[in-house]
Design a binder for this molecule. Sequence first.
Ligand code: TYM
Length: 338
Amino acid sequence: MDIVQKEQKKQVIFSGMQPTGFLTLGNYIGALKNWIGLQDQYHCLYCIVDLHSLTVRQDPANLRKRSREVLMQYIAAGLDPEKNIIFYQSHVPAHSELSWILSCFTYMGELNRMTQFKEKAQKNESNVNAGLFTYPVLMAADILLYQTDLVPVGEDQKQHLEIARDIATRFNNIYGDVFTIPEGYIPKVGARIMSLQDPTKKMSKSDENENGYIRILDEPNRIMNKIKRAVTDSKGQICYSDEQPGIKNLLDIYCSLREESVESAVDHFQSKGYGDLKKEVGETIVEALRPIQEKFQELEKNKDYIDQIIKDNGDKANALAQRTLRKVQKKVGFPPRV
Ligand code: TYM
């Protein structure tokens, strides 16, 4: 088998993040960190899903800035832009085009069941727009456009992934084998990092309370302070249990960043107090994020390099996306281009 054939046999990975705010430790542990280890084995596409961000009102200048920052954080965290296709969703019109077609193969009832829609609709009562409702269809288009085999995401995206699979299967049943049916790739530990202020809620970049989340770009002092303030309990014992969600969350963070088993961490903290746990968790986070922050600062100074990545990777993604889109357009009966 020659190199080209070998390359072609690599499985495809697709994932993305919304540039709606600062990336959090949840985004890093649940998704980004896991992407780094996949870049040699797979053909990987990592998107900055700016179209999805519009489902909530955005300040245009801010959205542009955040989008570029997300792209730089991908690279700073270790994604090689030569090995991975890192691009903006809005630079590849095929996402919107396929999304429309797929929306005609998605039922209202399916979308109505989406927990994220219900939660977001409740949170943004004054702006329950149609985009918020059809959000999972666009996400399905993102994934299916590239004939994706695996989608590395945190646990909160499971339901969206399931609907993408359902839409793809439905479409294939009508038109033949058009789409690859994607599988989720969800980490065993750290798939759901919780808010530091309310450990029964997911850590989220849209949390109003800044102490609930840690940003990838937070300075060390800030990280230590936020961890110090993290809500725990009054039991005083360090166990990995659902009855102690605050402690469990800190252990999850510690274990996934150190790639250590829960058993060994619980053993390590057996005769220690919450203060020690918080100190060590804080230090672990600071050390894990330090190289990313340093690389980010370097990248910030290198405007031309980043611009070139945006252009080259956008072109690559467009070329790949067109292949699937053309196939779909032909299957559904759109007239050929002459
Ligand atoms: P988003 O931007 O909310 O989150 C990006 C990724 O981070 C994961 N994540 C978490 N993991 C663990 N603990 C947390 N607290 C936490 N918060 C976020 C998410 O699971 C996700 O993997 N709809 C997606 C973006 C998207 C997408 C796609 C993803 C659009 N199209 C296609 C995969 C494939 C979203 O809003 O992610």
